[in-house]
Design a protein around this ligand. Structure first.
Ligand SMILES: Cc1cc2nc3c(=O)[nH]c(=O)nc-3n(C[C@H](O)[C@H](O)[C@H](O)COP(=O)(O)OP(=O)(O)OC[C@H]3O[C@@H](n4cnc5c(N)ncnc54)[C@H](O)[C@@H]3O)c2cc1C
Length: 458
C-alpha cells in the first residue's frame, strides 16, 4: 500500500490528473482480457513523456514498488493483472506515429500507438504493416511487441517479430537502452529487439519502435469454403501448405463458432456447416489467380463448397465473420477461456480431432476457431468460474489440450504469451534448464523483481 507522501511524489512529477489511486479508478486496471481474479493496483499512472517514465522507475526502484506496463489490456494470458499490486503504468499517451519513411520503408512509433492506426497510416503511403491481431483496432504496438502478436496474416507475412527492427526502452535502473535500428542489416551487439519480443513487460518499459513496412499487395481474392466435416477442412489446410501455396489468410471456424457468430451478427453464414475456411490470397494478380485455381481444386477435392467474394462488401463480410468469433462466443457464458494451442501445420487435423475428443470426454462447451494456416488453433472454453465442479473438468481439459499440442511438435502459445495463465505449464515445454536461464536473465536486469513480477512464473 502506498502512503500519502509517496502518492504526492508521483503527483509532483505527473500532475494529479495523471495519477489514480481511488478504488473506483484502479479497479479498471485490475484485470485484462483473460478471465482471472482481478487484483487492484495501488496506483495507476499515465506518463506523458519518456522523462516521466524515468522518474516513475526511479521512485518504484527506491521504494520497491512493482510496475506493470499496460497498453490496451487486451492480452489473453493475464499479463497486465498486477498480481503483486503496486503501480500500473499506462502507455496510452505515448501515441504518436513519429515517422513513416517511404523511401526506406520503415515506421518509427511510440509504444501506445494503436496497431490499426499504424496500418492505416502506412496504407495511405502505399505501404503495408501486416501484423493483424483480431484486436487490431484496440491493441497497442507496445503490447504487440511484448506479446509477439500474430494475427490473420501470419501464414504469409509472419508476426510482429518479423517487423521489429529497433526498440528503445528503459531498464529498472532508469537507463535508456537502444536496440537495433533503421538499417535492413544490423549485427552490432546483442539482438535486443529479439530479446524484447515476447518479453511480456518483464525486462524493460518499451517506449519506441522502428518497424519494417513492405509494399502494399496490389491484388487480393477471398473465398469462403463450407465443409460438412471439420477434419476435411483441416486436411485442406495441410494440403494447401503442402502444395507450396501461401495464402495471406487461412482461417478456420468450427460448427459451434459458425452458429454463434451467425446468431450474433446475422451475416448469412451457413449454420448447418461443420466448418468454414476463410481463405485470402494476395500479391501479383496473375500469381494470385493461378494460386486461387489451385486452392479451389484442393478445397473441392476434399468436399468443400466454395463461395467467392466478388465485391469488397462480400469480402468485408467474410472478415467480419472471423473477427467476431471471439466476441460472439463471449456472449454465451460468464467465463471464456481462450486457449492458444499451436502445432506444426501438417498435424492440424490430428489436433482438431483431439480437441473434439477432449470436449466430449469432459462434457464441455468448446468452440474452436483460429489461424489454421499457422497451425494456431483457439479452442475456446465457455464456462462459469463459479461452477467449481465444471472448473475441475475445464482444468483437466486444458492440461490435455496442452499435452496434445506438445506431443504434435507444437507449443503452448502461438501468440497469446504465458502471463500467469500458462506459467505452470512453461517448464513442460521448455524444460528446467531453460527456465533457470530465463530466471538468471530476469535477475540480472531486474534484481528486485519489480517489472511485472510473477509472470511466466519468474
Ligand atoms: C478480441 C481479441 C482478439 C485478439 N486477437 C489476437 C490475435 O489475433 N493475435 C494475437 O496475437 N493476439 C490477439 N489478441 C490478444 C492481444 O490483443 C495481444 O496480445 C496484444 O498484443 C496485446 O496488446 P495490448 O496493447 O492490449 O497489450 P496489454 O494487454 O496491455 O499488455 C500485454 C503485455 O505486454 C506488456 N506491455 C505492454 N506494453 C508494453 C511496453 N510498452 N513495454 C513493455 N511491456 C509492455 C504488458 O505488461 C503485458 O505483459 C486478441 C485479444 C482480443 C481481446
Amino acid at each position: 500500500m502506498l502512503n500519502n507522501a509517496l502518492i504526492k511524489k508521483f503527483e509532483s512529477i505527473l500532475g494529479k490528473n495523471n495519477c489514480f489511486t481511488e478504488p473506483e479508478d484502479t479497479m479498471c486496471y485490475s484485470y485484462d482480457a483473460f478471465s482471472a481474479e482481478p487484483v487492484q493496483p495501488d496506483i495507476v499512472v499515465k506518463p506523458q513523456n519518456e522523462e516521466q517514465i524515468k522518474y516513475i522507475i526511479n521512485i518504484c526502484k527506491d521504494e520497491n514498488i512493482p510496475i506493470v506496463t499496460r497498453g490496451a489490456g487486451t492480452n489473453l494470458s493475464g499479463g497486465t493483472v498486477p498480481v503483486k499490486k503496486g503501480c500500473v503504468l499506462l502507455t496510452t499517451c505515448l501515441n504518436k506515429i513519429l515517422e513513416i519513411n517511404e523511401n526506406d520503408m520503415y515506421a518509427v512509433v511510440e509504444a501506445g500507438v494503436v496497431t490499426a492506426n499504424l496500418a492505416n497510416a502506412a496504407i495511405k503511403k502505399g505501404l503495408f504493416y501486416p501484423p493483424d491481431p483480431g484486436s487490431v483496432n484496440i491493441s497497442t504496438i507496445g503490447g504487440n511487441v511484448a506479446e509477439n502478436a500474430g494475427g490473420l496474416r501470419g501464414l504469409k507475412y509472419g508476426v510482429t517479430k518479423d517487423y521489429l527492427m529497433g526498440v528503445d526502452f528503459y531498464d529498472m535502473d532508469g537507463n535508456y537502452v537502444k536496440g537495433g535500428g533503421k538499417t535492413v542489416k544490423l549485427v552490432t551487439g546483442l539482438n535486443l529487439p529479439g530479446l524484447m519480443i515476447s518479453s511480456e513487460g518483464l525486462l524493460g518499459i518499451m517506449t519506441k519502435f522502428v518497424l519494417k513496412l513492405i509494399p502494399k499487395p496490389k491484388f487480393s481474392k477471398s473465398m469462403l469454403v463450407i465443409y460438412d466435416d471439420v477434419i476435411k477442412a483441416c486436411e485442406t489446410v495441410s494440403e494447401i501448405i503442402a502444395a507450396k501455396i501461401l495464402p495471406a489468410t487461412l482461417e478456420l471456424l468450427d460448427s459451434f463458432t459458425i452458429k454463434t457468430v451467425e446468431e450474433a451478427t446475422k451475416i448469412g453464414l451457413p449454420t448447418n456447416a461443420d466448418a468454414l475456411l476463410l481463405i485470402e490470397l494476395d500479391g501479383h494478380e496473375a500469381q494470385v489467380l493461378e494460386d486461387f485455381e489451385a486452392v479451389k481444386d484442393i478445397c473441392i477435392k476434399l468436399g468443400g463448397n466454395i463461395k467467392v467474394a466478388e465485391t469488397a462488401q462480400e469480402r468485408d463480410k467474410l472478415w467480419e465473420a472471423r473477427r467476431k468469433a471471439l466476441s460472439s462466443l463471449a456472449r454465451l457464458k460468464p467465463t471464456l477461456i481462450l486457449e492458444d494451442a499451436t502445432v506444426v501445420r501438417s498435424k492440424i487435423p490430428e489436433m482438431m480431432k483431439a480437441i473434439n475428443d477432449i470436449k466430449n470426454k469432459y462434457n464441455l462447451v468448446i468452440g474452436t476457431f483460429g489461424h489454421a494456416g499457422d497451425g494456431n488453433l483457439h479452442p475456446t472454453i465457455l464456462t462459469d468460474k463459479r461452477d467449481k465442479e465444471e472448473m475441475v473438468r475445464v482444468e483437466k481439459a486444458i492440461d490435455e489440450i496442452f499435452a496434445k499440442a506438445l506431443e504434435l511438435d507444437g507449443t503452448l502459445s502461438g501468440e497469446h504469451g504465458v502471463g500467469f495463465a500458462k506459467a505452470k505449464y512453461l517448464e513442460m515445454e521448455v524444460g528446467s534448464g531453460t527456465i533457470e536461464y530465463m530466471k538468471k536473465l530476469k535477475k540480472g536486469v531486474d534484481p528486485q523483481n519489480l517489472l511485472n513480477p510473477h509472470k511466466m512464473g519468474l
